[in-house]
Design a binder for this molecule. Structure first.
Ligand SMILES: [Zn+2]
Length: 279
């Protein structure tokens, strides 16, 4: 069973806790660290000979075209993480359409390849943003990965399907949803698909969870992380302790944990894995 490795390419200050700690007007004056941290990720993936899907923020692609070209040149899939990293529920349908079409066109220009995957910043497509799927389908996206079916204070949709499914169809074209990975015990979905949970929880939690889904349910797992999670030297502005915990916990151990994960679990880009499953 092959799982999906995905990387949400954004700056450390795009993290929600950082957004709360540093006013929007001050964020552009923070030092950019995305290119160096993406290079660390690329180096790690080369060492392990693994290809991934990179959901890239359009604005960062415009500012760092060489970074995007290195991602593509190394055989990874390029996908879209919005242009401004604005939460979907803060946008009108027209604002969302403008944001994703702008980012998609830019990423396609830079890579010379079609961009067919989308992930909403902070998984921000909820039940009331259902229109977003129509817009993605209209604009040539083939899959979305914005659902994390767990209980979470900010983004969980625990009642949603856990495995790839068709979320929209129009004539011959369809949009698939590939939710972030969960393992189900005693009727509850537990997070095994990455993010802060991967840094916080013991490594075995994720490894066993993925093996269980692959083995018992015969389904692939969508796993994600951010390049800034491999960057313990990023600025640390004052923030409430629980925000500090979420953003900074175990950053210094992330890289070795990822090495460990790539050693024992098979991964590929989302496009490749979606070709092998029939929702
Ligand atoms: Zn993001």
């Amino acid at each position: 069973m092959i799982n999906v490795l995905s990387v949400d390419v954004e700056e450390y200050y795009h993290g929600r806790e950082f957004e709360a700690a540093v006013p929007e007007a001050q964020r552009p004056s923070l030092p950019s660290r995305v290119e160096a941290s993406v290079d660390r990720v690329l180096e790690l993936l080369t060492q392990r000979d693994v290809r991934a899907t990179f959901f890239v923020v359009g604005r960062l692609a415009a500012d760092h075209p060489g970074m995007v070209q290195r991602i593509v040149a190394q055989g990874h899939e390029l996908a879209c993480h919005g242009h401004e990293h604005e939460l979907v529920f803060r946008q009108s349908p027209q604002e969302f359409r403008d944001d994703v079409t702008r980012a998609k066109a830019l990423l396609e220009d830079l890579s010379g390849e079609p961009v067919v995957g989308y992930r909403a910043p902070n998984f921000s497509i909820g039940a009331e943003q259902d229109w977003a799927y129509d817009i993605l389908l209209e604009n040539g996206f083939l899959y979305d990965s914005s659902s994390y079916p767990i209980l979470h204070d900010r983004y969980g949709t625990p009642g949603d399907p856990r495995f790839p499914y068709e979320v929209r169809r129009s004539g011959e074209s369809r949009l698939l949803e590939f939710p972030v990975g969960t393992a189900r015990f005693a009727g509850i979905n537990f997070p095994i698909g990455g993010g802060g949970y991967f840094r916080l929880l013991p490594f075995e939690w994720t490894r066993r969870g993925i093996m269980r889904v692959n083995g018992r349910e015969r389904q692939p797992v969508m796993f994600y992380f951010h390049p800034w999670e491999l960057d313990p030297d990023q600025p640390r502005p004052p923030m409430p302790w629980h925000h500090r915990m979420r953003h900074f916990v175990n950053l210094e151990r992330m890289e070795s944990k990822l090495h460990q994960l790539l050693q024992c679990i098979r991964f590929a880009p989302a496009r490749h894995v979606l070709d092998t499953v029939t929702p």
